[in-house]
Design a protein around this ligand. Sequence first.
Ligand code: GNR
Ligand code: NI
Length: 157
Amino acid sequence: MISKPVERVDDELRKFLDDMCATMYAAPGIGLAAVQVRVLKRAVVIDVSRDEEARAPMHFINPEITWVSDELSTYDEGCLSIPEIYEEVERPSRCRVNFLDYEGAEQEMECEGLLSTCIQHEVDHLNGILFLDHLSRLKRDRITKKFIKARRLESTG
Ligand code: GNR
Ligand code: NI
């Protein structure tokens, strides 16, 4: 499921981005891709500030990762689309991303730390990839089985 490029950054899109932020804060999460609210647009919001008093939402429209570092780092990732599962995922430590901002202006940003991990996680969503796809087959199978079992328990009460 691949999300489609945004054609125009207008008030309607900005309203949608504001709604996405509200959903992200309510979850709560540090990032959200439009596909997670069932809209197949290449739009992402992120706030890694972790300070409820001073929110710092970032908006990434049509984000493209143009460079990644050879150096890798590992982060214990979670995903709002895969509740209650947390796994260590290895990704490039740093990356550069091109995108349109809230005003529709072209931006380039070099990211590191949690922001780098998060933007890579979100761009994956736009390309139909989940963090589970970065795990070993063994780990992924184990999680899939856990989900199947949980669903079976739900249906049998
Ligand atoms: O809230 C989230 N936390 C998180 C932690 C580590 C790496 C990525 C993330 S993103 C996640 C929210 C989400 O699912 N975004 O798609
Ligand atoms: Ni996610």
